[in-house]
Design a protein around this ligand. Structure first.
Ligand code: SF4
Ligand code: SF4
Length: 370
């Protein structure tokens, strides 16, 4: 009886602590959202001032001359295509900011897989097919690098925001951008059908490639203008699908990634994505990383086999490799209990049945909350 009461008190204490932390997250995310709205307002205002001065109907010297062609020829007015309206870039930033807030809420509060899937579908449709994979945080690494080394290049505000917002989110709440908002990650996520667990050494050493690629991409982007190369964009395996016009070999590589991705969860994200490497480094220091259980860790290990990305390490979601996909949440007995799917007694039975097995193969982290 006493044991039950103290367990209830402890639950309430953990819950209150969790609520407090979550309140802080919501406050921070709200601030990020307000900053994004201000940035969008600046962009829209910018469009009506700086960009309104250009006369796009003025003739140019290269146009055919009447005397060269014949007296009866009427030279048509030369028209230039105006730059794409800035409101669409403002909308991109707004959707990215709102998407990050929603993805954070899904990973930390609502914790439902179908919500993460809905975000993935939206991202593939909008950032993928409609916006044709551009502007994209993954490629923005190169723009930012080039603007650092070349004073004649200014990185557009939109690109800078796309580069920074997912990193800021990762610092606070983990890699929620990868959870579904990134179109490259989303297209791989929806093809994960029968994932196999790779040997940890393959994950560990294979995961180092993305850092090598990150360094190479920065090095190529930092070259002088004549030899500068944006290799991340040039070798993006999924852009051909989004633009419906890729070269045969790039489409084949993309198709191979998706085919392998049916059994090896998100191979591009895990082994190659340079921006994923950057996000992993930042997420290493995140204040509120993704956690599998909604409140208290039980070290039962029921979640370990549910992660298709090898991101559950020592019975915890690894900050650097967890992609915030929310798959493992439904396997946590504490989560099932919170949803009302099982009784408390069943939680204890499940934990007892699996803990021994999982402790034999894993070493639980020293402290509970990760
Ligand atoms: S690892 Fe890279 S490609 Fe994958 S979801 Fe994250 S940013 Fe996108
Ligand atoms: S630990 Fe694995 S399954 Fe769980 S949210 Fe992270 S990536 Fe998804």
């Amino acid at each position: 009886m006493n044991a039950g009461r103290s367990s209830n008190c402890r639950d309430r204490g953990v819950s209150a602590d969790h609520e407090r932390k979550f309140g802080a997250i919501v406050t921070l995310l709200t601030h990020c959202f307000v900053i994004s709205v201000l940035a969008v307002a600046m962009l829209v205002l910018g469009e009506s001032t700086a960009y309104a001065k250009v006369d796009y109907s003025r003739p140019v010297n290269a146009a055919p001359k009447q005397q060269d062609i014949g007296k009866t020829y009427q030279v048509p007015p030369v028209q230039r295509v105006p730059p794409r309206s800035l409101w669409i870039y403002g909308l991109d930033v707004l959707l990215l900011a709102v998407g990050l807030v929603v993805a954070a809420l899904v990973a930390h509060r609502w914790r439902r897989r179908w919500m993460a899937v809905a975000i993935s579908i939206f991202s593939i449709a909008y950032f993928g097919f409609y916006r044709q994979g551009c502007v994209c945080p993954v490629g923005s690494v190169q723009n930012v690098t080039a603007s650092f080394v070349d004073s004649s290049l200014a990185v557009p505000l939109v690109v800078l925001l796309f580069f920074l917002l997912p990193l800021i989110a990762a610092l606070f709440v983990g890699r929620v951008f990868c959870g579904g908002l990134c179109p490259l990650g989303a297209i791989q996520d929806i093809v994960v059908l029968r994932p196999v667990q790779l040997p940890p050494a393959v994950d560990h050493w294979g995961g180092k490639f993305k850092y090598v690629y990150l360094v190479l991409a920065i090095w190529f982007a930092a070259q002088p203008a004549a030899t500068r190369d944006f290799v991340i964009c040039r070798f993006d395996p999924f852009i051909g699908f989004f633009r419906l016009n890729g070269t045969a070999w790039l489409l084949s590589i993309g198709a191979a990634f998706l085919l392998v991705g049916t059994v090896v969860g998100r191979p591009y994200c895990r082994f190659l994505c340079p921006y994923g490497g950057l996000l992993a480094i930042v997420a290493r220091f995140s204040f509120w990383p993704v956690r599998i259980t909604p409140d208290e860790e039980l070290d039962c290990g029921l979640c370990a086999e549910s992660c298709p990305f090898g991101a559950v390490k020592n019975l915890r979601a690894d900050r650097m490799t967890c992609l915030a996909c929310t798959r493992c949440f439904a396997h946590c007995p504490r989560q099932q209990y919170q949803w009302g799917d099982i009784e408390l007694i069943e939680v204890e039975q499940l934990v007892e049945a699996h803990r021994e097995k999982s402790l034999a193969t894993s070493k639980p982290a020293a402290s509970t909350p990760v």
